[in-house]
Design a protein. Structure first.
Length: 173
């Protein structure tokens, strides 16, 4: 049996890694267009139903990537029918989006990233360091957004243990 590196989400008794997602409250503003609306309409938006990104146990002897996903909802209330918000994800405990890193035993780290789609091309971040903030229109019904995570293969020197990171989700006008 091959040894494997595994990460456990806080308060979860399972062999799965996670990038915990933390919500930051925000407000979005929608300004009227000349000739169609006048004034400005303020909508209050919030993040809820947050499900962290869970990864399967990581096999240090494998060259393959391990993928997982998580989700959250954005709900807006107020006078606006459709509110466009920017959805930003922090870089987590590291100071880079290329790549992010999860902390493990001692000073061990394992590299991963979070993406806006299942094709794993657009790094979801704040627009810096090769990442992009994602624009989303939210109407009267909450919108569920999925975060796609990937732990990169070929991290053969990672010691066995639990690895985790905490990501802050921010919505802005």
């Amino acid at each position: 049996m091959k040894p494997s590196v595994s990460r456990i989400a806080p308060c979860v008794l399972a062999l799965a890694g996670s990038a915990a997602l933390l919500a930051a409250p925000a407000f979005a503003e929608r300004r009227g267009l000349a000739g169609t609306e006048s004034g400005s309409h303020r909508a209050s938006c919030s993040i809820g139903n947050v499900n962290g990104v869970d990864f399967p146990p990581y096999d240090v002897f494998s060259d393959r990537n391990d993928d997982g996903n998580g989700s959250f909802t954005i709900a807006c209330s107020g006078e606006s029918h459709n509110t466009t918000v920017q959805v930003l994800l922090s870089s987590g405990s590291g100071d880079s989006y290329t790549p992010r890193s999860m902390a493990g035993p001692g000073s061990a780290k394992i590299e991963y990233n979070l993406y806006a789609g299942p094709e794993y091309r657009t790094i979801w971040g704040d627009g810096s360091d090769g990442s992009r903030a994602i624009q989303q229109v939210v109407g009267r019904t909450p919108v569920t957004m999925t975060i796609y995570g990937r732990v990169f293969g070929k991290q053969h020197s990672a010691p066995a243990g639990n690895y985790a990171d905490a990501i802050t989700i921010t919505i802005a006008p």
